[in-house]
Every structure is written in structure tokens, then in C-alpha cells.
Design a protein around this ligand. Structure first.
Ligand code: SER
Length: 316
């Protein structure tokens, strides 16, 4: 990777990935882009282009202008908002991906596209979910993620495009909030714990889901693109895991730092149904074996860091 374009750079993952990529490859070599015209503060220190993922012509101009060899495609509508807007979810998640796959074929760049725990469904084994298993998701988000995994495999096998990706768990972070996802509660709980000492959770107690702290999510994205291709048996949908918890477990961790913290529930039926259809805990041994994946954070070290960072940020 020498010249990198990040699409969706103003989003939850993009805003932190750009910062790490710039540290590693140099500010001028990492072009951030988003449909938003207001550039987030964190990524103001390098090149920025306003790009719509469906605008093939303009994307091609930007790719040629900056001599791009690697694109990170982080544009997506998440699971809960997708249930409210299924057509838009398909148009953005798949329309955007096909636009980039066709450009990758024509202009010869490597393409990272994340899949998700949402690519699994109720018939998938929920515990130690294997790398290769039954999927059949019941959300439009999941449908776009499975289709995306297959499309990326297809463009690699048929046209030799260097497509790669991971299946992300819910991502917990303290810079940019996620939006419209099922796992968002695990971010909001920290903000509310610090600001109000109480949080009303929209998923029921006992809902176990894979989660990951942002530094590990960023590391996974960089490492898979740096991996030796001759070692990759899979390419576009590596299970990556680091922790699995339910709302009670995360509340117990928060209470170690904020003893008076109180967890309440007001269940969102749409999100509860989605969460119920997703795995409890994925098996990520293929990623560990094929490209050396290993997370740095568990629920305890993540919670300590989140509370320290947000404690400072929210008091400003
Ligand atoms: N975080 C996503 C969501 O909740 C799953 O990948 O929709």
C-alpha cells in the first residue's frame, strides 16, 4: 500500500482508520473521502475529497489524480436503519460495492470491504460460529453483506482483483458515534454512564454478541491488506473476534469504575430480533492462522480505556 483512498472517512471506523493509516504511510498518501462536505476535525490534516460511492466517474478521477493503489470501502447503511429503508440499504451497500469492484478491475487497485456478524442468520451455529458455515441472514443488511462477500470473491477469482475483508463484530469507539446499528448500545452505554450514571438498554439481558474495540478493528483492516496473499485461503470474510458479552457483563465492568452506575431496559423489538439472529461468539481461527490476527483488548482493558478517554473528552 502506498497511496490509499478511504471512502466513508467521516464514519465511525473511517475517522479513526484514516488517522492510523496516515501515521503509518504518511499524511499525503492517505486521501480521506466522504459524501459529507464538512471535514471531521480528526482527519483535517491531509487530503480530503467529497465523494459519493455511486459516482463512478468522480471516483475514477480521484483515483487517477492521487495514483491510488488501495481503497478502503467503509460506506454502508447499518442493520437497524436498513430494516427501515431496505431499498436504500441495497442501493448503497451493494450499488457502492459494485461501483468500486468495476473500478478496481479497470484501474487495478486493491479493495478492502468489511463484512459483519450480520452476514449470519438464525440457522448459523451461534457459539464458536465457524468461518465457513450456513449464513442465510434475515436482515437486508445481512443480505447485502453475504452478497458483498460473494461479489468480492467473484471479482477476485474471475478478474484477479485484490479484494480482502473481515467480518467485523460490533465496534466500540470514543471518537465518532456509530448510527443505525444493532450493536450501538455498547458504545452509548459508556457515554451515558459518564454523563448521567444510568443507561437504558434497547437489547435484553442475556443477548450475547461479538464486540471489538476500535484499535483492534483498525489493526485488522491494516493487517489484512498487508497480509501475504499466498497465505490467504479465504479473502473477503475472515471472522475476527476479541470479546463477547451481554449488557449485564458490560455494566458490571463499568461499575468497577463507576460503582453507582445503573442499567435499565427498554427493549427495541427490531434490534432485539436482529441481535437474536446473530452469533454469540465467532471462531476466528482462520484469521489467526492465515494472517496472524490477534486482538490486543478484552472487555476489561477496553472499559478502562473507554472510561479514561471519554471521562476527559466529555468533561471538556
Ligand atoms: N455494527 C453493525 C450493526 O449493528 C453490525 O456489523 O448493524
Amino acid at each position: 500500500m502506498k497511496n490509499i483512498l478511504v471512502m466513508g472517512a467521516a464514519g465511525q471506523i473511517g475517522s479513526e482508520l484514516v488517522v492510523e493509516l496516515r501515521k503509518k504511510y504518511g499524511k499525503e498518501n492517505v486521501v480521506a473521502s466522504d459524501i459529507r462536505t464538512v471535514i471531521p476535525t480528526e482527519i483535517k490534516d491531509g487530503p480530503y475529497e467529497v465523494l459519493d460511492v455511486l459516482d463512478s466517474v468522480k471516483i475514477a478521477v480521484v483515483i487517477k489524480k492521487h495514483n491510488i493503489d488501495t481503497v478502503y470501502n467503509l460506506v454502508a447503511l447499518l442493520s437497524a436503519v436498513g430494516e427501515a429503508k431496505p431499498k436504500l440499504s441495497w442501493d448503497i451497500n451493494i450499488g457502492g460495492l459494485v461501483t468500486l469492484l468495476e473500478l478496481a478491475r479497470e484501474l487495478d487497485f486493491a479493495l478492502f470491504t468489511p463484512s459483519s456478524i450480520g452476514a449470519f442468520g438464525p440457522e448459523t451455529p451461534a457459539d464458536n460460529t465457524p468461518q465457513d458455515t450456513i449464513q442465510r441472514p434475515t436482515t437486508i443488511y445481512g443480505v447485502t453483506k453475504v452478497a458483498g462477500e460473494l461479489l468480492c470473491d467473484y471479482y477476485h477469482k474471475r478478474f484477479g482483483v485484490d479484494t480482502r475483508g473481515v467480518r467485523y463484530p460490533g465496534i466500540i469507539s470514543n471518537v465518532t458515534l456509530p448510527g443505525g446499528g444493532t450493536t450501538d448500545y455498547a458504545v452509548e452505554i459508556y457515554y451515558k454512564a459518564i454523563e448521567e450514571g444510568t443507561f437504558t438498554c434497547n437489547l435484553p439481558a442475556g443477548t450475547f454478541l461479538d464486540m471489538m474495540y476500535m484499535p483492534d478493528a483498525v489493526k485488522a483492516a491494516i493487517d489484512i491488506m498487508e497480509a501475504d496473499p499466498s497465505k490467504l485461503k479465504h479473502r473477503n470474510c475472515f471472522n475476527v473476534a476479541s470479546m463477547s458479552f451481554d449488557p449485564e457483563m458490560i455494566a458490571a465492568e463499568i461499575k468497577k469504575h463507576i460503582p453507582e452506575f445503573e442499567l435499565k431496559y427498554d427493549i427495541d423489538e427490531v434490534r432485539a430480533r436482529i441481535a437474536d439472529s446473530w452469533p454469540n461468539k465467532m471462531d476466528d481461527s482462520a484469521a489467526r492462522e492465515e494472517w496472524g490476527w490477534k486482538p490486543d483488548f478484552d472487555i476489561t482493558s477496553m472499559t478502562k480505556d473507554m472510561i479514561e478517554v471519554l471521562g476527559t473528552k466529555l468533561k471538556k
